[in-house]
Design a protein around this ligand. Structure first.
Ligand SMILES: Nc1ncnc2c1ncn2[C@@H]1O[C@H](COP(=O)(O)OP(=O)(O)O)[C@@H](O)[C@H]1O
Ligand code: SF4
Ligand SMILES: [Mg+2]
Length: 335
């Protein structure tokens, strides 16, 4: 079957402009040659530190911004080449939920107006629109009495349920969830994740789930892609990634996740030191080499390609499979 999403060598360079004549002199390489695909009905998780390019990918997939290079296929069709009319049809089939519901909901619109807007934009007749609003509000487990309220009269969790309702009200097949639980209290996070899983089953949705939080991505994703400085370093089925990561950065992320037992924490050696370098002048070769304890001379010279090291498991590292990570994992199993 054709994947719902196929991304091929996707790049987004933001120009940095300077001076009165706005001469371009440099670029921020927010996304620097990324390829992956998402199958029908699956949840593909994208994880990486802040600034690694996750939200830029989200915006590119919905064509809210134009790519610098590369292809984005939605059910086999390249959406970077569509006319306005064709794009409208494709957009109907895609939803998005942002991190901060308070700022993504218009404070002057009631819940009802927020939900009506996309239906109106796509010419859904009034009767059907009414019916859909009542159905969707029930699907996200909100009471109809909330329809007349404004965002500030709702809790954070309720606001995010409204954002989710808006994202699915046109019956899309594909939904991008960009850190949908990061702004919420921990107790509410789990409820929202479970709601997303229920909706996925009920409406056969395909998700791109973005988060900087490994435990959240693990909970919800079927497969995970690990990003660093605009590059995908590793892609694997969730449990495989947690038990058999090949990339030093993936292991570094996992081993730096907070461990509650301080005895274990002190036994563990830190894999990644320092901060990510600039996106304006990224390192030559492998983007991780200045921070990677396993770097060899080839790592400074040649950028590693993402290659399949075992079935459905892709790694971009010159030394994939050669490295023993045990001293960094403190004898504890990963995750
Ligand atoms: N419109 C923009 N103009 C210039 N730089 C941008 C723009 N949007 C994002 N960036 C930069 O691109 C990089 C990746 O950002 P983003 O995709 O938001 O990362 P993430 O979502 O992983 O935190 C960051 O350095 C960010 O500052
Ligand atoms: S390619 Fe080299 S520098 Fe990059 S992660 Fe692998 S070992 Fe480290
Ligand atoms: Mg982001």
């Amino acid at each position: 079957m054709t994947p719902v999403i196929q991304v091929k060598n996707l790049k987004k360079y933001f120009p940095i402009v300077k001076g009165i004549i706005r001469k371009k002199y440099s670029y921020i390489r927010a996304v620097d040659g990324v390829s992956f695909s998402i199958e029908m009905g699956e949840t593909f998780g994208l994880v990486g530190e802040s600034g690694s390019g996750k939200s830029t990918i989200a915006r590119l997939l919905l064509r809210l911004i134009e790519p610098t290079e590369g292809e984005i296929l939605f059910k086999g069709k390249d959406i970077t080449k569509l006319s306005k009319g064709e794009l409208r049809e494709v957009r109907k089939n895609m939803g998005i939920v942002f991190q901060d519901p308070a700022s993504s909901l218009n404070p002057r619109n009631t819940v009802y107006d927020t939900l009506l807007r996309p239906l109106k934009l796509h010419g859904i007749p009034k009767d059907e629109a009414e019916e859909r609003i009542h159905k969707v509000i029930e699907s996200v487990n909100l009471g109809e009495e909330l329809l007349g309220r404004y965002p500030h009269q709702l809790s954070g969790g309720q606001q995010q349920r409204v954002s989710i309702a808006r994202a699915i009200i046109l019956n899309p097949e594909f939904v991008v969830l960009d850190e949908p639980t990061s702004a919420l209290d921990v107790s509410v996070q789990a409820q929202i994740l479970n709601l997303l899983l229920d909706l996925q089953r009920e409406f056969r949705l395909t998700y791109l789930f973005i988060s900087h939080d490994l435990s959240v991505v693990r909970y919800i994703s079927d497969r995970i892609g690990v990003m660093y400085l605009g590059n995908l370093f590793e892609v694997a089925p969730t449990e495989r990634l947690y038990t058999h990561a090949f990339h030093p950065y993936t292991v570094g992320l996992m081993s730096s996740a907070p461990i509650l037992n301080p005895r274990l924490r002190s036994r563990k050696k830190l894999l990644l030191s320092g901060e990510p370098p600039s996106l304006i002048n990224p390192p030559s070769g492998c983007p991780l080499h200045p921070r990677c304890p396993f770097a060899k001379s080839i790592c400074r010279e040649k950028k590693p390609e993402l290659v399949e090291v075992e079935r459905d498991h892709f790694v971009a590292c010159h030394r994939a499979g050669e490295i023993d990570f045990s001293e960094f994992l403190g004898g504890e199993s990963v995750g």
